[in-house]
Ligand binder design. Structure first.
Ligand SMILES: [Zn+2]
Length: 509
């Protein structure tokens, strides 16, 4: 049973797909006028993990994500650079795909563009005009009229009176209501335009998602996603347009899922925050971050926080995640090594050996734990797609694999045939988790830290022996000041010394 937090009801609901074993998803895409930053990437990585999960459960998934390739920001960028709007949008669509490929985001079923969906957009606007849900001004601008829409504000939980109070002072006098929004904008000189029943112009922003979701997913579909900054006005307006056009207030998206912001120093990451862009120069867009760190590490970081929570992004966190990823990768290689040995026929020892009972219980124990963690992993994903919790179960399994592998390497486990089957099953489970999280699809790093830290730990061990023996000498000479000084300074360095009847022992704090 899958439960999802629906922004519309502000509660967790049991997910019931419109069509049995099928899931339809629409997620608002990017405006390709510059390179996506890490905050832009978050919803696409999340929806990618959700899609992978549904596919694993046997659902047929249809996923649509648009490109807003007709927009003021693109036109401005084109004018600044002296190129066409199409050159700008094509360039940044390309950057978008490269960035997402590096994050293992699988392609959507369709990426409709505004410029290629114009007929459907115009048809929908005309439908709204015909039904008196929209009005045309003398200059050819078309506005959606919110007045007869009693559900307006339902998704964002706002009342019209509050919205009006919050509306900007300089209201467009030509609007019937200050909250009315543009469906079609008449062309200004030098702008790209399309022919329409209201003259040359281009669509407003919101209408495209209504037209595209209808074209590719139909009147009703399961999920609509996007960042929580899109709830109002964008998604509120999408609902208003679509339901008015279709004349059905149960039409359009059934479940609204919104992801939290990415923050940096507790501030929302956005391109419009110039100070933030400056502060994070060279480490702001996905492209930039990828020049220093692997995409799978960034992906893991994005999924290690539940999608609805804010996520703090900074380089220290990336480094931490890289270490964590290294631990997961280590278990990947350990299983790889064990599986090779199984295939090479090393797991064939005679079961009549006297340690057979121990062997079976050890590998059997591992697979038991793995099956339990897999069930926990699925339960976490079923509970509002809690990738953060799911990853902790995968990490638990990596530790169990590491334990088993060490014992195996130390010769404590005698590889018999049945263990081989068990190892292959554990590997299957581990890779099933990895596939849903979406890692280990690029060359998996081989962890070399282990040797280094082993060397260090030997060194630390012998140094500590020396220090403790000096302290013992000081104590024997009743030189308490020196003995205490050693103890206190070690403590400050993170090492605890305890005096026991058997002598002093030490441990890391
Ligand atoms: Zn949208």
């Amino acid at each position: 049973m899958i439960k999802v937090f629906n922004t519309m009801s502000r509660s967790k609901e049991i997910f019931k797909p419109l069509k049995k074993d099928e899931v339809s998803i629409y997620c608002c895409g990017v405006t390709p006028y510059n390179a996506p930053h890490i905050g832009n990437a978050r919803p696409f990585v999340i929806w990618d993990a959700i899609r992978r999960f549904f596919k694993k459960l046997g659902y047929k998934v249809r996923y649509i994500q648009n490109f807003t390739d007709v927009d003021d920001k693109i036109i401005n960028a084109a004018n600044e650079k002296g190129v066409t709007w199409k050159e700008i949008s094509e360039k940044y669509i390309d950057v978008y795909f490269k960035s997402m490929d590096a994050l293992n985001v699988r392609r959507a079923d369709f990426y409709p563009k505004v410029s290629e969906t114009m007929d459907d957009i115009i048809k929908m606007i005309q439908g709204l005009v015909d039904k008196n849900f929209a009005y045309v001004l003398d200059n050819g601008d078309v506005f959606y009229s919110i007045e007869q829409n009693k559900n307006y504000g339902k998704l964002s939980d706002r009342k019209l009176s509050e919205m009006l109070a919050g509306a900007r002072v300089e209201v467009d006098k030509r609007k019937h209501n200050p909250m009315d929004f543009a469906l079609w904008k008449s062309a200004k000189p030098g702008e790209p335009y399309w022919e329409s029943p209201w003259g040359k112009g281009r669509p407003g922003w919101h209408i495209e998602c209504s037209a595209m979701s209808l074209k590719y997913l139909g009147e009703k579909f399961d999920f609509h996603g996007g960042g929580s900054d899109l709830i109002f006005p964008h998604h509120e307006n999408e609902i208003a347009q679509s339901q008015a056009f279709l004349g059905d207030e149960n039409s359009f998206a059934q479940y609204w899922l919104h992801n939290g912001f990415i923050t940096n120093g507790n501030e929302k990451v956005s391109k419009s925050n110039e100070e933030m862009v400056k502060k994070n120069k060279g480490f702001f867009t996905v492209e930039e971050v990828l020049t220093k760190y692997p995409g799978e590490v960034i992906r893991l970081l994005l999924l290690q926080t539940h999608y609805r929570n804010p996520l703090e992004f900074n380089e220290d966190r990336v480094i931490e995640t890289r270490e964590f990823f290294g631990k997961l990768a280590k278990a990947y290689w350990q299983l790889d090594d064990l599986a090779r040995k199984v295939h090479a026929g090393e797991f064939v020892k005679d079961t009549s050996e006297k340690n057979f009972a121990i062997t079976v219980s050890q590998a059997g124990g591992l697979v038991e734990v793995a099956e339990r963690l897999l069930a926990n992993f699925y339960a976490a994903m079923e509970d509002d797609f809690n990738t953060a919790l799911a990853i902790t179960h995968m990490f638990e399994l990596s530790k169990e694999i590491d334990n088993y592998y060490r014992e195996f390497a130390e010769g404590k486990i005698s590889p018999v045939k049945i263990d081989g089957d068990i190892i292959l099953r554990v590997q299957e489970i581990y890779m099933e988790m990895a596939e849903i999280i979406g890692i280990f699809e690029q060359p998996v790093p081989v962890e070399k830290e282990e040797e280094k830290s082993d060397d260090n730990s030997e060194l630390v061990e012998s140094l500590m022996k020396i220090i403790i023996s000096i302290r013992q000498d000081a104590r024997a000479a009743k030189n308490w000041a020196v003995a205490d000084k050693i103890r206190d300074e070690l403590k400050a360095a993170g090492i605890i010394v305890e005096d026991t009847p058997q002598g002093a022992v030490w441990k890391k704090a």
